[in-house]
Ligand binder design. Structure first.
Ligand code: HEC
Length: 169
């Protein structure tokens, strides 16, 4: 039966799935995360050095999808379904161990990749320190991050313009 139904459904990532599909996916993954994550809290302290290391890893591996301030606005100009999560809202309700589990394993059938095999625990805990920090950025920190981002985007756009013909607005 599934073979008959599934191909005729829309599997496009640009289209929002209905409430049932949505609820099931959320419910199943949340339970999976809660059930499997252990109880450990972050063994590293948010010292300036650890935060700096976490920021560098976050900018390198996460910000393309989650945004440099963790606001969920991806920089690859594409649609994800499920959408890329903003890390500064409800995501902060996960415990440290649950965040570790999510980042190390990824979430299958979504865009969220697993980092556990290619990164050591210290790097992952460092990123978690930075994800926690993103929820409490001071206005100055936020402005500094955003202006650095704007500079990078402008450079990127300049590069793209020389690489392809100008598009009509
Ligand atoms: C290729 C895009 C992509 C990259 C790179 C990526 N993520 Fe994600 N991430 C996603 C998507 C899409 C979701 C939403 C999955 C879902 O809703 O089930 C997500 C979900 C999450 C969640 C769960 C949010 C919640 O509240 O349920 C966390 C935490 C997270 N990502 C952290 C990170 C961190 C930290 C990195 C870098 C180490 C990272 N992600 C890299 C796309 C990405």
């Amino acid at each position: 039966m599934a073979f008959l139904v599934l191909p005729s459904m829309s599997w496009s990532a640009t289209r929002r799935p209905g409430p049932v599909e949505n609820f099931l996916a959320r419910h199943i993954t949340s339970n999976w995360i809660r059930h499997n994550a252990d109880e450990q809290s972050n063994p590293f302290r948010p010292t300036p050095e650890n935060l700096r290391a976490g920021q560098v890893d976050f900018d390198g591996h996460c910000s393309g999808c989650h945004g440099v301030t963790g606001n969920g606005e991806n920089q690859i100009e594409a649609d994800f379904y499920p959408p890329v999560a903003a890390l500064t809202g409800d995501t902060q309700k996960w415990s440290d161990a649950e965040l570790y589990f999510i980042i190390a394993n990824g979430i299958r059938m979504t865009g969220m990749p697993g980092f556990g095999k290619k990164h050591d625990p210290k790097e992952i805990w460092g990123v978690i320190l930075w994800v926690r920090h993103l929820a409490h950025l001071s206005p100055q920190e936020k402005a500094a991050i955003e202006s650095r981002m704007r500079m990078m985007t402008e450079q990127h756009e300049k590069m793209m313009k020389t690489a392809r013909p100008q598009q009509a607005e």
